[in-house]
Write a protein that binds this ligand. Structure first.
Ligand SMILES: [Zn+2]
Length: 286
């Protein structure tokens, strides 16, 4: 493996390719993603006992080359970011990604442009694409937006609630709890973020759902950048309390719990502007 940190990070992405086919597909934005998601998730509950069709086909390089469409590349980069395998600020070298996924640079460029549009990737003229590094101000904006959007999503979800929707939330929570039992930190951070995007999907407003997905990904980057040493991203018990309030159609309680939950996440981060801007005068005063 190269000593170049950029290449190493991309090699980590490449190493993840063979296993990623068995991961839940919630990050895929294809219209058929929801249908496929349930079976993929069930497979994830017991990944060793139930190899999925996707995980078998993806193991063959020839299949990889043929089947790696734009959505698959998008999904692999997206999941790697969600799982903190690709860190904020990592350079995404077009040529290297094209090699890893066996596709043209034009296709990689297309995926990166789409991610830039969603603020997950930053395109720097003359220099290339980087995994976004949200500033402290942007991080605070993300939480402000979440505090506005998520109560609205809860209200809409409860208005349109069905037993199937509650079951879907519980299924998602069970995956998260399973990852916690296995102490799989990468899966925990991804699945706890996905809880919020699944909730948004179930609320049934596509525009809010898209916004929530972007905010959730940015939160993931923010957690990586500004996590205090003792912090945890989402507390699992809080998700289960929110699900119970939803199941009882208790809008007021669900909203209150969600706002407290967001406060806890934001409160566990070091979003103190003094940590970003060093006061040189103060350092050399004595
Ligand atoms: Zn959460």
């Amino acid at each position: 493996m190269s000593s170049d940190p950029t290449i190493s990070a991309l090699d980590a992405l490449s190493a993840g390719v063979s296993t990623i086919g068995a991961l839940p597909a919630s990050s895929v934005r294809r219209p058929d993603a929801r249908k496929r998601r349930a079976t993929d998730r069930l497979a994830t509950l017991n990944p060793t006992a139930m190899p999925t069709k996707r995980s078998r086909t993806i193991a063959s390089p020839a299949h990889l080359e043929r089947e790696t469409g734009m959505d698959d590349i998008y999904e692999k980069i997206y999941v790697a970011i969600l799982e903190h395998r690709l860190h904020p600020g990592t350079k995404l070298v077009e040529e290297r990604l094209a090699e890893i996924f066996g596709v043209s640079r034009a296709r990689v460029r297309e995926v990166l442009a789409r991610m830039a549009h969603e603020h997950i990737v930053e395109l720097v003229p003359q220099r290339g694409a980087y995994v976004a590094r949200p500033s402290i101000e942007q991080a605070m904006d993300v939480f402000e937006a979440r505090r506005l959007i998520e109560p609205a999503l809860l209200r809409r979800l409860i208005e349109t609630l069905t037993p199937e929707k509650v079951a879907r939330l519980r299924q998602q929570h069970e995956l998260e709890m399973d990852a916690r039992r296995r102490d799989d930190k990468r899966a925990i951070v991804r699945l706890s973020g996905e809880f919020h995007t699944v909730l948004a999907d179930l609320a049934g407003n596509s525009a809010l759902s898209r916004s929530m997905r972007e905010l959730s990904t940015l939160t993931c980057l923010v957690i990586f950048l500004y996590d205090a040493p003792t912090a945890t991203s989402c507390r699992a018990d809080e998700h289960s309390q929110i699900i119970e309030a939803i199941a009882k159609r208790d809008v007021a309680r669900a909203e209150k719990l969600m706002l407290e939950h967001l406060d806890h996440i934001e409160g566990s981060l070091k979003l103190d502007s003094t940590t970003e801007q060093v006061d040189l005068a103060a350092i050399f005063r004595s």
